[in-house]
Write a protein that binds this ligand. Structure first.
Ligand SMILES: Cc1ncc(COP(=O)(O)O)c(C=O)c1O
Length: 483
């Protein structure tokens, strides 16, 4: 939970969000508490926001101070608010992610479906061997490379250009992974209270990034069966809430697998650009298409300064490599690069040398990875169809995971808790949304070998029936870090 607070909601603003008190459920203090809880849950009052003084809110809502005090008390008792010495009452989330934490390492006997991240590609070891041989040519210098190793920046720029997005090396900054690249943008450009438009559900790292910068989420629903509906919904949300940033995954989004059509991405990029919203385009899965052809990069239809495209090698090659990048207008790239310099000076040279070889050889790496993921996806779909036919899945045309709708009465939190006790680690649905959304969903990555996927579905099938008794236990929301 955030440790500092300097974001507050003026009484008249909160009163406008709450609406007429006459329409609140009775008793009024409980109705008000519920309304505020829903606002926190929907991201409209982010965790850590200071609530107005009781007297001010009572005046703004034309109700008694006792009503406000009682509502705040209920919020505190239920974990939706806390008292901070000298800061009054601030919003909170019961069981919100602590910001750190990790699934227990999937040791012997455990099947880790909590991470949508495959094992290393076979080309990794060779790339490091070659990098080690090349290293002496660089060790005569100080080893710090502002914005990244020149040959790696050139290789990344070349790949963007070949994909239809003309790019110069000075538009590229090398980072320690994809998440690091997004965080640089948040760190450089977000002020506390700034709004950030996100697809909902979305990658939990994006939610943490906004929370870490004390931004406010503007969640926009996404449905993998009608992915282009996001275009009009995002247009409307941007008009209403004037976000500073949008964070989007146009290709095979985590966790839904949704992919914007060529027309949809062109329209969305144009509308957000026209409304002055800078879009962080997460391309972690962009080249993991398992059927059909790649689509033009999202950023291709708008000026370079309209987007920051972030990508990397974590899914194509290996998460342990920790190499990513961002691509934008050259001046903005340089500005973002200086944030990285302030934070960590530079990214490891040996990793960058290995990454250079891997980016140059990315077509071969991706061929193998796509073949592997396609086979595993099909195994997982077949196992689910055979053993859990009442789970609804929209088969994704790419990416790394299935977003499963559970049958009525089965809680994702309860299922995850029970599965963990049987050695199967899951990322429960609520980790991908704000508040308590998505307890009726679970993400199942198809990143493990077929035998593990079969065993995992067998375990889930043995648990799902007995668990369909209603609400699950109060399990902390998304406590582990999810990738
Ligand atoms: C959508 C998305 N973005 C970013 C990341 C993090 O990537 P990296 O490990 O390169 O920081 C992940 C990891 O799962 C992801 O799913």
């Amino acid at each position: 939970m955030p440790s500092s607070v300097d974001q507050s909601t003026p009484a008249h603003e909160l009163a406008a969000l709450v609406g007429p008190v006459e329409e609140l459920a009775a008793p009024r203090y409980a109705g008000l508490a519920r309304r505020i809880r829903d606002l926190v849950s929907a991201g409209q009052l982010p965790t850590g926001t200071r609530l107005p003084a009781e007297r001010d809110l009572a005046t703004a809502l034309a109700t008694s101070r006792v009503t406000i005090a009682s509502a705040y008390r209920v919020l505190r008792e239920e974990g939706w608010a806390r008292t901070r010495h000298g800061s009054g009452t601030v919003t909170d989330s019961p069981g919100a992610p602590a910001g750190v934490g990790w699934f227990p390492h999937a040791g012997a006997g455990r099947i880790d479906l909590g991470h949508a991240a495959p094992e290393a590609a076979p080309q990794l070891a060779g790339a490091y061997a070659a990098a080690l041989a090349q290293l002496p040519s660089l060790t005569g210098g100080h080893g710090y490379f502002h914005n990244g190793l020149p040959e790696l920046r050139a290789a990344i720029a070349e790949r963007f250009t070949a994909r239809g997005l003309p790019t110069d090396p000075d538009q590229v900054v090398v980072t320690s992974g994809v998440g690091d690249a997004s965080s640089l943008v948040a760190e450089a450009l977000l002020e506390p209270g700034d709004r950030v438009l996100v697809a909902h559900p979305t990658y939990p790292g994006a939610l943490r990034m906004v929370e870490g910068a004390r931004g406010r989420l503007v969640p926009v629903a996404v449905d993998a069966t009608r992915p282009d509906d996001l275009v009009d919904a995002a247009h409307l949300a941007a008009r209403q809430s004037a976000p500073r940033l949008a964070y989007l995954e146009p290709d095979f989004a985590n966790p839904t697998g949704a992919r914007l059509s060529a027309t949809g991405r062109r329209r969305l990029a144009a509308t957000l650009w026209q409304q002055g919203v800078l879009t962080v385009v997460d391309e972690v899965s962009a080249e993991l298409h398992l059927a059909g052809d790649p689509l033009p990069p999202y950023a291709a239809g708008v000026p370079d300064v309209a987007t920051v495209t972030v990508g990397g090698l974590s899914k194509a090659v290996w998460g342990g490599l920790r190499i990513g990048w961002l691509r934008t207008d050259a001046a903005l790239a340089d500005r973002l690069g200086t944030v990285l310099v302030r934070r960590q000076l530079s990214v490891g040279v040996l990793d960058q040398l290995a990454a250079t070889a891997l980016v140059r050889d990315l077509d071969a790496v991706l061929d193998g990875r796509r073949r592997q993921l396609r086979d595993r996806r099909d195994v997982l779909l077949a196992e689910l169809a055979a053993r859990l036919p009442d789970w609804q899945v929209h088969p994704p045309a790419g990416g790394l995971s299935l977003w499963c709708a559970l049958p009525p009465g089965l809680s994702s939190a309860a299922l995850s808790a029970a599965a963990a006790a049987h050695g199967v680690l899951l990322a429960e649905g609520r980790a991908f949304g704000t508040g308590h959304a998505f307890d009726d969903r679970v993400r199942l990555p198809f990143t493990l070998p077929a035998a593990d996927l079969r065993t995992a579905v067998e375990v889930l099938a043995s648990l799902a029936g007995p668990l369909r008794t209603g609400a699950g236990p109060a399990v902390p929301v998304g406590a582990p870090t999810v990738v």
